[in-house]
Design a protein around this ligand. Structure first.
Ligand SMILES: Nc1nc2c(ncn2[C@@H]2O[C@H](COP(=O)(O)OP(=O)(O)OP(=O)(O)O)[C@@H](O)[C@H]2O)c(=O)[nH]1
Ligand SMILES: [Mg+2]
Length: 239
C-alpha cells in the first residue's frame, strides 16, 4: 500500500485470551506497517500476559492496563486521545473477538484517504451479518429504528469497526460523546452529525463470536432505546 500515514489499530479486551493471538497476527498480516494498541481491563483470564509476551517480538504493539473493568466506552475514548497525543493520522477500532475480520483493514485505510470517518457496515449494500436468530433480528431492527428516529443517513450505528482520520475531524472529539455502554457507538454518530462530518459506510461481514463469552449485558438494548430518544430530542432542539 503506497501510504505514508501513521496508522493505529485499537482493540479493547476483557477475557479474550482465546482470541488475542489471532487478532494481533491478523492485524500484522493485513496492515504490516500499523501500530497496535490494546486496552485491557485487568482480564481475569490474563489476556494481558499474552500481550506482554507478544510485545517481546513486536515493537509497535502497545498495551494499556487498567485496574478494573472500566467499560468499552472509556476504553475507546482513551484510544482516541492516545492516537491524537501520539500523532497518529488514522485510528481504526475493532472488537478483539474476531467478529471484525482483520482482512477488511486495508479497505478502511483506503477509504480514510478520502473520508474523515468510516464505519464498517453490515447493513449497507454488500455487507453481511452472520449472527443468528433473535440476535440478528434485534440488531437489524435496532439499527433500522435508530435510522428512522434519528434521521441520520447511515444503515449502521452499533458496530465498533470504524476508522477516524484524526487530522480531518474538525472539532469532533470522541471524548464529547456522553452516552455510555452500548449506546456509546450510536452516540458517536450523533456527535459526527452535530459536527457536520460525513459518515462513510463500507460493507463488512460480521462474524459471530466463536470463542469466549459476550460481555455486554442485554439490558443495554433498553438503555439504547432510551438514549436514542434523548439524543434525537437534543439534536432537534439544538441544531
Ligand atoms: N477493556 C475492556 N474491554 C471490554 C469491556 N467490555 C467488553 N470489552 C471488549 O470489547 C469488545 C466487544 O465486547 P463483546 O463482549 O464482544 O460484545 P458484543 O460484541 O456486543 O457481544 P457478542 O456479539 O456476544 O460478542 C471485545 O473485544 C471485548 O473483549 C470492558 O469493560 N473493558
Ligand atoms: Mg463481540
Amino acid at each position: 500500500m503506497s501510504n505514508n500515514k501513521r496508522i493505529l489499530v485499537f482493540s479493547a479486551t476483557y477475557n479474550e485470551i482465546e482470541n488475542i493471538r489471532e487478532l494481533i497476527s491478523g492485524i500484522q498480516k493485513n496492515l504490516p506497517n500499523s501500530s497496535i494498541l490494546i486496552i485491557d481491563d485487568n482480564s481475569p483470564d490474563k489476556t494481558q500476559e499474552v500481550i506482554k509476551e507478544l510485545k517481546k517480538n513486536h515493537n509497535s504493539l502497545f498495551l494499556i492496563e487498567r485496574e478494573r473493568k472500566l467499560g468499552l466506552d472509556s476504553a475507546h475514548k482513551n484510544a482516541f486521545r492516545y492516537a491524537i497525543e501520539n500523532n497518529f493520522d488514522y485510528l481504526i477500532t475493532m472488537d478483539a473477538d474476531l467478529s471484525h475480520d482483520p482482512k477488511e483493514l486495508p479497505k478502511f485505510v483506503k477509504n480514510l484517504n478520502n473520508f474523515p470517518f468510516v464505519i464498517g457496515s453490515r447493513y449497507t449494500n454488500g455487507g453481511k451479518c452472520l449472527m443468528k436468530g433473535s440476535r440478528l433480528i434485534m440488531s437489524k431492527l435496532g439499527n433500522k429504528l435508530i435510522k428512522i428516529v434519528s434521521g441520520i443517513k447511515s444503515n449502521e450505528f452499533t458496530t465498533s469497526y470504524r476508522g477516524f482520520d484524526t487530522k480531518n475531524l474538525k472539532s469532533f472529539d470522541l471524548n464529547n460523546v456522553k452516552t455510555k455502554g452500548y449506546s456509546f457507538f450510536m452516540g458517536t454518530l450523533f456527535e459526527l452529525e452535530k459536527n457536520n462530518i460525513e459518515i462513510k459506510e463500507i460493507p463488512i461481514t460480521f462474524h459471530d463470536r466463536k470463542k469466549g463469552v459476550s460481555k455486554i449485558p442485554r439490558i443495554e438494548i433498553f438503555r439504547t432505546l432510551k438514549n436514542l430518544f434523548f439524543l434525537t430530542l437534543n439534536n432537534k432542539l439544538f441544531r
